[in-house]
Design a protein around this ligand. Sequence first.
Ligand code: PEP
Length: 252
Amino acid sequence: MAKKQRAKLVVGNWKMNGSIAENDTLLNGLVQRAATLESRVLLGVCVPYPYLAQVQMQLTGTPIAYGVQDVSAYTHGAYTGDVSARMVAEFGVTLAIVGHSERRTLHTESSKLVAAKAQRALEANIIPIVCVGETLDERRAGQTNTVIHAQLTAVLDTLDKDHVARLIVAYEPVWAIGTGQSATAQQAQQVHAVLRKQLTTRGGIRVPLLYGGSVKPDNAEELFSQVDIDGGLIGGASLSEIDFLAISAGSL
Ligand code: PEP
């Protein structure tokens, strides 16, 4: 009997892009065509906070999940500008990216802070997509495995076993994000295998591992066919309905 294939997960990260009119067109297109993707691919979009009411209205009752790109490390209180996991959960959010390299770099977020954010998300019943990845200098210095291992360790040391079992982890090499230079399928698989081993040892179950970094329609199929790649986190290409759906189709 043929082995049942696990559903792939493809999540868009809109970053700081969009407008109510543009989102409307993109979301309508996704909803209309998502049905053609069969049930073996699950789609999600992570949007800027001001668009949560819009995605809630347009995606509730559809198979497309939605989420945010960050949550506060705190539950509530005097943290001006922060948005808590509990607040976004009120909009039906089920996913939250935490530890994206743009936040680690531009907002100097430490792995410890990222771990606290993952914990706050889980407490609000939101699945954190924990991003890890090395810089080009770190890769060239042969430090890739050490760097991603340490980034993930900070999260695993903070969460209890039940919470670890609900994580999604995204390997996003910093040098591949928004550069047009994706990791090769072999490079990505090699790192995913390291993450898989670390997670299996700590959590005991198969946590979904996404690859992110310049995924495009022409490289998605090869990346997603790797044994430890369970889907993708898609930045720039998720803003085009055609590209996002073509990438998702590549995961079938
Ligand atoms: C991202 O921002 O998470 C990302 C993967 O970006 P891009 O696909 O544009 O490289």
